[in-house]
Design a binder for this molecule. Structure first.
Ligand SMILES: *Cc1c(COP(=O)(O)O)cnc(C)c1O
Length: 415
């Protein structure tokens, strides 16, 4: 329920479970939900009864996660078939239902309020994931005029327990307001305030499902895949590496970054230097100081040579990203979004140097979420999926505010 540990560090499992090889051999015969249950159960232990955990998993995996062939050597693991068209749906849905369960268990806690600042994608997934979850109110701060129209609709059209605050400022202002609320002791005595960002283990751990479900579908079982993961805050790839630590067969991981290259630089030079964020067209990966990278170091117990045996990182420019979207659409009629394109190109380059290998990249968002970038490149309109069509005509409800902490505090106390 607490996103960050009290000492401001990140929670990390004391023990990483290891599955026997029969689990991987028999996976094709197993239901997706059973695989997910086996993967997450060791981390949940007795904290959630198994019947309820199965129900949570059932609601989390309510959409397909297909592995699609793009060419002879490259597959795409499509994680964008959820309600907000981005991979964050899985983590957000799992976390929301755990939080709902725990809030219901402890009535003395009073009201649970999830408070998040969003630059676009996280807010939608959190809003959708927590919608109608009993005992939990959600307050989302977003910068006025700086999220896409689809994203704003996703934040503001649900109502009920989801409250959107449109802040006349930028993303950093929103984040600062949220931090002030977490540091306000008087406020925290009245409400149980928690965050839903990607450092929360209930969002991080269930992302392992993707990698196990990809293995179930991987057609070349004798040759484990090279996996390229578009990375920003490094939560998703860290879940992949954790799966590998549990025995999942993987040849190699590539952390595919845009020009925000703190990790690629670190792997090159051995010096970690947080950087100022540079805006790009793959904006969900515009992170100058990725929070979850320390968890990757922890998996390898900070042994750099072990880490480099399984992981490298690449940095791709916007120009290269655009060229890739155009080329792959022309050549294979497969439409990439900017994040997936960074993943594709990084994988293609690696496979060029390692001709005997095959792999997949993770397609983290539906291209329609970035239609303003993608449509001019392919000179075609992208049809809106049904889930988005439904919300585009809905009325937006949002509360406008200045960058003013007292306003936020009053708002939270009145919920
Ligand atoms: C959040 C996000 C990423 C980055 O994922 P991390 O776990 O933060 O590395 C990549 N692509 C899309 C579309 C995202 O929304």
């Amino acid at each position: 329920m607490r996103g960050q540990a009290p000492d401001k560090g990140l929670y990390f499992p004391e023990h990483i479970p290891v599955f026997d090889s029969s689990f991987f051999h028999n996976m094709e015969e197993m239901e997706d939900e059973e695989i997910a249950y086996q993967v997450i159960q060791p981390y949940v232990g007795e904290a959630i009864p198994s019947k309820i955990l199965r129900k949570i998993i059932h609601e989390t995996l309510s959409f397909p996660i297909p592995l699609v062939k793009v060419n002879e050597n490259i597959f795409s693991l499509e994680l964008f078939h959820g309600p907000t068209l981005a991979f964050k749906d899985v983590g957000a849905r799992f976390m929301s239902r755990c939080l709902g369960y725990f809030s219901g268990q402890d009535a003395r806690r009073g009201r649970t309020v999830v408070l998040v600042a969003t630059s676009g994608d996280t807010g939608g997934a959190v809003a959708n994931g927590f919608y109608n979850v009993k005992g939990v109110e959600v307050v989302i701060l977003y910068p006025s005029g700086k999220v896409s129209s689809v994203q704003e609709k996703q934040l503001t059209t649900l109502g009920k327990n989801i409250h959107a605050l449109e802040v006349r400022g930028n993303f950093d202002d929103c984040q600062l307001l949220v931090k002030q609320a977490f540091a306000d002791e008087a406020l925290n005595q009245k409400l149980f305030l928690t965050s839903a960002n990607s450092i929360n283990i209930a969002r991080w751990l269930p992302q392992q499902f993707y990698y196990f479900l990809a293995w179930k579908q991987w057609p070349h079982k004798k040759h484990p895949p090279v996996i390229s993961v578009p990375s920003g805050n490094f939560g998703n790839i860290c879940a992949g590496i954790l799966s590998h630590a549990s025995g999942l067969p993987v040849q190699y991981f590539i952390a595919a970054c845009n020009v925000n290259d703190a990790v690629p630089e670190f792997l090159k030079t051995g010096k970690y230097q947080p950087k100022k964020t540079i805006p790009t067209i793959s904006n969900a990966m515009d992170v100058g100081d990725p929070s979850n990278f320390v968890r990757i170091l922890e998996i390898f117990e900070e042994d750099m040579s072990e880490l480099k045996r399984i992981l490298s990182a690449s940095s791709i420019t916007d120009e290269e990203t655009k060229k890739t979207i155009k080329k792959i659409f022309k050549q294979y009629h497969y439409l990439l979004d900017p994040h997936g394109a960074v993943g594709f190109l990084s994988l293609e380059r690696y496979l060029k140097k390692n001709k005997e290998l095959k792999g997949f990249f993770v397609e983290t968002a539906h291209p329609v979420k970035f239609f303003d970038v993608v449509e001019p490149l392919i000179e075609e309109k992208i049809p809106l999926p049904a889930s988005v069509q439904g919300i585009m005509d809905k009325k937006m409800e949002t509360t406008k505010m200045e960058v003013d902490y007292n306003f936020l505090k009053e708002f939270l106390l009145k919920l």
